[in-house]
Design a protein around this ligand. Structure first.
Ligand SMILES: *[C@@H]1O[C@H](CO)[C@@H](O)[C@H](O)[C@H]1NC(C)=O
Ligand SMILES: *[C@@H]1O[C@H](CO)[C@@H](O)[C@H](O)[C@H]1NC(C)=O
Length: 308
């Protein structure tokens, strides 16, 4: 076993290096392509949107292949089945960087992988190549808080609306990945404010979600998808997710990945901000209960399969 692990280390290191370098080069290449085509595509917003989404999607397709084919990550699904090519606001709990693979596996099966747009930290924009590419492809960068960035985000939504851009606006309402100390803080915060005290998620921040729904209410984006992501590992147990490096360096057959999907028509959601706030808090409460059940015994119903 000891020999095995000392042998495994250089193997994993080389794999990590290989995928790191190749994905980085791929991103650089795409970035150069984006920059070259920028002036030519500026005459058509739609064409520019399709092109830049497509090139970003090509990286994500490669990452999904690595996850599913190379490292045997197997994901099960339950809940509502989604129609293809449908734009939506997508909300999810946030456990790990691996969450994007789970979300993307759903997006890919629905033909929406290229159109996933995330709310991302503004600082990411300055990462050479990756960040620039994310900026060009229309990621929604948030500097500090919702109030400060509202105008910019509303402008991005107006652009989506004006060209009826196919889009999944993906947002992790908890704002950061869960861990033990953040959960403890969230529980204190919730108790102090008389909010529901969660055990498996953090307290959602609802302002951005409410504004997003209100901004897109009368647009081609007609649905909210609620995804609950769950992880299980044969040794580490519930909620243990591989990290970004782990996903690209090791076989994933010791993990179980599950996505529970719900689909809501925006027209059916409360109009009023305060009621919408209650609605989304209730959604997160349901998420917490769902995860609590899985924590006690990992019994997922595999309602359907998704193939890219
Ligand atoms: C989804 O879009 C793709 C590409 O535009 C198209 O080939 C496919 O037929 C569409 N699927 C449905 C069910 O509309
Ligand atoms: C949780 O994350 C925070 C912020 O990234 C970090 O400071 C803290 O040490 C982490 N706690 C645990 C228990 O991992």
């Amino acid at each position: 076993m000891a020999v095995m692990s000392t042998l495994m280390f250089p193997v994993r290191f080389c794999r990590g290096l290989f995928y790191g370098v190749s994905l980085f080069s791929f991103a650089c290449g795409i970035n150069v392509l984006q920059l070259i085509t920028l002036p030519f595509l500026s005459f058509s917003r739609r064409l520019s949107y399709e092109f830049n989404s497509g090139v970003a999607g090509s990286i994500w397709h490669v990452m999904q292949r690595i996850f599913k084919s190379r490292y045997k990550g197997r994901i099960t699904y339950s809940g509502d089945q989604l129609p293809a090519n449908e734009s939506a606001i997508v909300i999810s709990n946030h456990v790990s960087t691996t969450d994007v693979y789970l979300i993307h596996s759903v997006a890919q099966a629905q033909g929406m992988l290229s159109y996933c747009k995330y709310f991302a930290k503004d600082s990411l924009k300055y990462i050479p190549f990756f960040g620039w590419g994310m900026w060009i492809m229309g990621m929604l960068f948030i500097k500090r808080n919702w109030e400060k960035d509202q105008t910019r985000i509303m402008n991005t939504f107006s652009r989506f609306k004006s060209i009826s851009a196919p889009v999944w606006v993906v947002s992790f309402l908890e704002g950061s990945r869960i861990n033990a100390s953040k959960l403890a803080k969230a529980q204190v915060f919730a108790a102090e404010r008389g909010l529901y005290v969660p055990n498996n998620i953090l307290v959602p921040r609802t302002k951005g979600f409410i504004a997003t729904v209100q901004a897109l209410r009368d647009s081609h984006v007609k649905y909210v998808y609620d995804l609950t992501l769950a992880y299980w590992h044969q040794v580490r147990g519930f909620c243990a997710a591989p990290g970004m490096v782990g996903v690209h360096t090791q076989c994933l057959d010791g993990y179980k990945f599950h996505v529970h999907i719900r689909r809501f028509l925006i027209a059916d959601l409360p109009q009023d901000d305060e009621k919408l706030n209650e609605w989304v808090r209730e959604i997160y409460k349901d998420k917490d209960s769902y995860l609590e059940q899985l924590k006690n015994s990992w019994e997922v119903s595999e309602d359907f399969r998704l193939e890219p």
